[in-house]
Ligand binder design. Structure first.
Ligand SMILES: *Cc1c(COP(=O)(O)O)cnc(C)c1O
Length: 398
């Protein structure tokens, strides 16, 4: 049992933790979480100031180090992911960068899934490489390739699951085992599922990273990121943040806290809408193929059932035809937003080959199955019937 049997959040469900974890009211007794818009803090005495600066006493010093609203967001995410601690950052990319800067040194090596977020690839390929950290990219679900790519210098395995845009599902437990056998850390970018649908730490991952910009906010309002893991690793990341500065603003932390309150409901609704739409698209003769792990025909379906609570809000599909057909489809929709973002209440539609994945070489596009007739939809929270009406406009334009 527990150290503190009185804690009503002990053993609580994700839905409860997402609403209540980490909140401590101030002397004002506020019900909603307070936003502490302050850059610095006042010390009660010179001795206390000295102790805090020396790290001998807890307490706030400066908001690049700690801020009560940001700390609450960190504690809530740590509770949701089942991690010891979390560190919030200015963006999802800042979370990935800060983790790498804190935990890697020149000469270290990373193995990364080929299908990760495009900017992550640029960060690893262009910037980490400049500082002597090399990355080998492997086909996401080729486990032998992951193992072959590991060298004595490998410190980190990095992946996203389900992948973007074709929803490949990676076996987190299997890669966690591989990471352990080679003394590496497994880092999972859990942006697409969020802890409401998938908890990588429970499956053996060492660190979880989020772009809070996406589903954690859920309404497209703020940019932010967070990393979750052991207290020891999070101390290292915090140390980097204090020195380098890509911290989360308290206002953004507050917006994310509001987003989290509906996380479980939203993820269930995104997933239900995506499932209905994936089935509807699958039955349309004008559609060549639908990629969604919720479909029993998807190669990752059984695995997704095991490691996810539901299948998430992102799906993609190939229209019969070429790039022009895909563009005609997209241009014929009237309700969906033509934008590369996802994780919003508003449904988005995009042509990966010429936008989010346009930087890939032809060979890499082929490998990742990003064909010219592929369209990605991140299903929002509008009525599914209205979204289907909109998709029918696309089909009529083919
Ligand atoms: C958007 C995104 C990121 C980057 O996050 P930002 O908040 O935009 O910096 C990283 N990983 C995934 C999977 C994303 O979708």
């Amino acid at each position: 049992m527990t150290d503190n049997p009185e804690d009503p959040l002990d053993q609580a469900d994700i839905a409860t933790l997402a609403i209540r974890a980490g909140h401590r009211r101030t002397h004002e007794g506020e019900h909603g979480e307070a936003i502490f818009t302050t850059s610095s803090y006042v010390f009660p005495s010179a001795a206390e100031a000295a102790a805090r600066f020396a790290g001998d006493a807890p307490g706030n010093v400066y908001s690049r180090y700690t801020n009560p609203t940001v700390r609450l967001f960190q504690e809530r995410i740590a509770a949701l992911e089942g991690g010891e601690a979390a560190v919030a950052t200015a963006s999802g990319m800042a979370a990935i960068l800060s983790t790498c800067m804190a935990l890697l040194s020149a000469g270290d090596h990373l193995v990364c899934a080929r299908s990760v977020f495009g900017t992550t690839t640029v960060l690893f390929n262009k910037y980490l490489r400049k500082f002597g950290v090399d990355t080998t990219f492997v086909d996401t679900t080729d486990y032998a390739a992951w193992e072959r790519a590991i060298t004595p210098a490998t410190r980190v395995l990095f992946l996203e699951t389900p992948s973007n845009p074709i929803c490949e599902v990676v076996d987190i437990a299997r890669l966690a085992e591989l990471a352990r056998a080679h003394n590496c850390l497994l880092i999972v970018d859990n942006c697409f599922c969020t802890p409401a649908l998938q908890q990588p730490l429970a499956l053996g991952a060492d660190l979880v990273i989020h772009s809070a910009t996406k589903y954690l906010d859920g309404q497209g309002r703020c940019v932010g990121g967070v990393v979750v893991g052991s207290a020891e690793h999070m101390d290292e990341v915090t140390g980097f943040l204090r020195s380098a500065g890509p911290t989360m603003s308290p206002f953004n932390a507050w917006v994310f806290l509001k987003g989290l309150e509906t996380l479980r409901l939203r993820m269930d609704a995104h997933s239900a809408g995506a499932m209905t739409i994936a089935e509807w698209l699958s039955a349309r003769p004008a559609i060549e193929k639908v990629y969604y792990a919720g479909l029993p025909s998807h190669p990752g379906h059984a695995l997704a059932r095991r490691q996810q609570r539901a299948f998430g809000g992102v799906l993609s599909f190939q229209v019969k035809g070429d790039r022009d057909a895909a563009w005609r489809f997209i241009d014929a929709t009237r309700l969906m937003s033509l934008t590369a973002n996802l994780g919003d209440a508003k449904t988005t539609i995009v042509h990966p080959a010429t936008t989010t994945h346009s930087r890939l070489s032809e060979q890499d596009k082929q490998r990742a199955q990003i064909t010219d007739n592929l369209i990605r939809v991140a299903v929002g929270l509008e009525a599914t019937a209205d979204l289907i009406t909109d998709l029918q406009r696309g089909i009529d334009a083919l």
